[in-house]
Design a binder for this molecule. Sequence first.
Ligand code: SAH
Length: 250
Amino acid sequence: MSAINSLANIRIVLIQTSHPGNIGSAARAMKTMGLSELYLVNPKSFPDEQANTMSSSATDILENVVVVESLQGALIDCRLVVGTSARHERSLAWDILEPRECAEQLVKQAQTAKVAVVFGRESSGLTNDELALCHHLVHIPTNPDYSSLNLASAVQILSYECRLALLTRLDGAANKVSGEDITEEVVTADAMESYYKHLELAMIESKFLDPENPKHLMTRLRRLYGRVNLTPSELNILRGMLSSFLKIKK
Ligand code: SAH
């Protein structure tokens, strides 16, 4: 896939949007920056006339929207998942990215795989369970006393940063193909989810993890693996190890 097409691999995911107008505005924001893939997780109302009105002429994006029932369903084929937060503080220490750094990573990975940026509810943002499915968290540095942007404005800023990252990349590379960017093998979010289930089972069976008192262990491990770009063969090694540990008789 050529770098120019990488924006097509950046999926915007909106969770339980309450105002259909925001869906339309988000579609418009995306189209102005060259993004096109919009997934909606349980929107309150969609399709909706207000969404059409606010999209202006980005109706093609609305026509191709994919509506799913769970965030996992929206991430199945994604290699990198970034959650967005209106707040900088979170109870669990996150590696919070700046929009620019985040967009560089998204555009880089999007050259060879699907990536997603997840936006939360207008009222309450993302839940901890949803955040656990994200590899990184991005916060747009806003006024700490009034930090919450309108949902579509947040989509606009991150879409713009992705476009800027792509243009900078094309400019810098001047069509030169850099070896470090060519990663043929990708592990999908779906494959990682199966791995996490396997890992959790092995840790419970070995009594390393007490399901009654998990102490955020899985979230921390997801964070750790989120920092590593595993190849499918490395993932196979890890799965093979877990299977062999599970065979050991107690
Ligand atoms: N009251 C909510 C704010 C939700 S704003 C809360 O405190 O979490 C709706 C969504 O817009 C957020 O979930 C996030 O996806 C996005 N958003 C708003 N402001 C943002 C910011 N400063 N940085 C990153 N995303 C932001």
